[in-house]
Design a protein around this ligand. Structure first.
Ligand code: GSH
Length: 207
């Protein structure tokens, strides 16, 4: 069985949403784990095999570990093929790979730098800035409800996640606001909230 190391209400929550959307929650051993939180609570769990003690971490049936949210998501979508992600050779596959990598390589760093109110010419020339990232997203959404077209996919799940997590960062751009609202209204998101509330309770009882 695949094993997921998961800390409730963290970046690994998105893996719970993906597993829910793929309808494979029963096929994963989910281990609740502790992490150091930004408010000073929590701490590193020595049982978490992630090399940096972070989440998410997935361990395959063969005992190989996969870290980084976007890599885990792509692995799971290949492992459990569905309409939620284009398969190898299918239309949209290249677009999906580009956006999934862009999330980790550009959007998340730019988003975090923006929250930290850090700017530097080298950062700007490397990543550009949040306005450029928003423009890229708005361009990707032009004439469509979701990034890959008419259907909600793993790409929307990942790319909308920082805006759902920090609604204050949502730009006043109708095409983005409408898309984030559509993503937030997906049944898998509501199911994740229910799961996470129970997982947090279980974790607190365990501690
Ligand atoms: N780029 C990584 C980031 C993972 C990450 O930073 N996870 C946080 C949870 S929100 C964590 O585990 N933090 C604990 C720590 O920094 O030790 C990914 O997306 O998987």
């Amino acid at each position: 069985m695949l094993t997921l190391y998961h800390a409730p209400n963290s970046r690994s929550t998105r893996i719970i949403t993906l597993l829910t959307a793929l309808d494979v929650m029963d096929q994963i051993d989910i281990r609740l784990t502790d992490i150091p939180r930004q408010d000073g609570s929590g701490g590193r769990d020595p049982n978490n095999p992630h090399p940096e003690g972070k989440v998410p971490l997935l361990v395959t049936e063969e005992g190989e570990t996969i870290r980084e949210t976007n890599a885990i998501m792509l692995y799971l979508c290949d492992r459990f093929p569905s309409d939620f992600a284009p398969k190898v050779g299918a239309p949209g596959r290249a677009t999906m790979l580009s956006w999934m990598a862009w999330y980790g390589n550009v959007l998340e760093p730019v988003f975090v730098l923006n929250i930290a109110e850090i700017s530097h010419p080298v950062l700007t020339s490397t990543f550009r800035g949040l306005p450029e990232a928003i423009t890229a997203l708005a361009t990707g959404l032009e004439g469509r409800d979701y990034i890959l077209g008419a259907r909600y996919s793993v790409v929307d799940l990942l790319l909308a996640s920082p805006f759902l997590w920090f609604p204050k960062a949502l730009p006043d751009v109708p095409v983005i606001k409408d898309w984030v609202a559509r993503c937030g209204a997906q049944p898998a998101i509501a199911q994740t909230t229910v799961y996470e509330t129970k997982a947090q309770q279980r974790f607190t009882e365990m501690a």
